[in-house]
Design a protein around this ligand. Sequence first.
Ligand code: G3P
Ligand code: CA
Length: 239
Amino acid sequence: MEIFAHRGVSAQYPENTMAAFTAASKLQITGIELDVHLTADRELVVIHDETIDRTSNGSGYVKDYTLQELRAFDFGSWFSAAFEDESIPTLGDVLELFAGTNHRINIELKTDVFPYDGIEALVIREIAAYQMTERVIISSFNHESIQIISQRAPYIEKAALFAEILVDFTGYTSQIPANAIHVNLPTAFRRSVQEALNEGTTVRVYTVNDVEDAKQLQQLGVKGIFTDDPEKIVAALVG
Ligand code: G3P
Ligand code: CA
């Protein structure tokens, strides 16, 4: 089963920082997951929320800051004082880090609150610039973003993200089209996901931090999981 470090190794490092991704780059896992937003000067930055309030010493929307302004904030101290030097990474920073490894990169486009007009084309260009096109999976809760990627770059692997638990997934990946569905943990054990698996749909599950859940999902036949603590999960699955 594929193992992705969710927002990097976010159990031990501040999420979506170079520290969390560097730790993941040293592990023998499938890859990482990260979240992308767009700044006021149209730079692709890696952060989960629409605002910087929770994960930095600043406040306000990502979309209202330039990259240079965002770089001035501390994105590590909220997690631990040891990480006070962490700044916000760009997507390019992370792609460069993984250029010398064979990890996969799941880029989640955070377009479900603000659509960030044109973000899809910018991401396609960035992954091509780093020659990572064949190694990425682009996902989003906003399935219009997935459709745009599909139209502009059909060769890129894509996944439709779901937060709801009561969805009929039958035939959904061919409609979008996408290569996979990514569902949350409560949804993963529902009949609708079993039906999707039975019809051959590729399913990955977030966020799986309990080893018993990971073992059950492996039994169910899911393709991969996203976890904050990849070392713990790998040790349990191998052992
Ligand atoms: O991509 C899987 C997962 O990261 C989606 O939820 O809220 O952690 O971005 P969230
Ligand atoms: Ca995410």
